[in-house]
Design a protein around this ligand. Sequence first.
Ligand code: GLN
Length: 280
Amino acid sequence: MKKISRRSFLAAAAVSAAALALTACGGSASTASSAAASSVAASSEAASTSTAAELTTVEAGKLTMATNATFPPYEMTTDAGTIEGIDVDTAQAIAEKLGLELQIDDMDFDAALLSVQQGKADIAMAGITVTDERMAVMSFSDSYATGIQSVIVPEGSDIASVDDLAGKKIGTQRGTTGYLYCSDDFGEDAVVAYDNGLTAVQALNNGQVDAVVIDNEPAKAYVESNPGLKILDTSYAEEDYAIGMNKSNTALLEAVNAALEELKADGTLQAIVDKYIKAE
Ligand code: GLN
């Protein structure tokens, strides 16, 4: 069984963003009749000095964020029904810098990815890993966090490393890198795609799968609230998280990257992370 190591896409994402900015398409008006984000193409020359007034968003005055709020601590639903987490606070801080009101749309993870591609949301934030395949269909901001694909197993499991997943049933979330890596490495028949991390972990608790492959931070949260489960010491892959956007909205991409840079430089992003991820 091969040893899996997947590398960071940060540099590639940055290069792609620059390339997009340089080649911003010259606005042959989209045939879509809706007021989709694609209408921004015509004002691409103004991209470098974007303000809220120049930004075209799905709903005027709003920054619509598609997410999947079952991914703690990046996005989760509180008992009171509100959505909070690192991605939510970061999006809120970006929206404030852009002079827009943040609106959150909760949906399945794969739907969140599609939502920006179809111009139904301005940004997708859901602990989204930058991959070459996704970069072909959407644009990504600079990376704001690192993720690790981890393996959750029941205590006492004979699975001790990623290689031991061979021949086992593996639970993942539909449309995620965990699903893609596992089906590449162990075959589609070995992998079950659940709606979200919560249902994947429930399936593990019920013995329907032998392991769950999911990002490390949600893995920690799920293991903490489900006694009898543990995370393997060896991780599956290392990834970069970034904000997904519609390829045509280069003005928004530039504005989001500028806001992110400020939030990194003034310590806001670190403070948000520290609020949700306590030092061990
Ligand atoms: N980081 C993983 C991916 O992008 C999973 C994200 C998620 O489940 N919210 O595929």
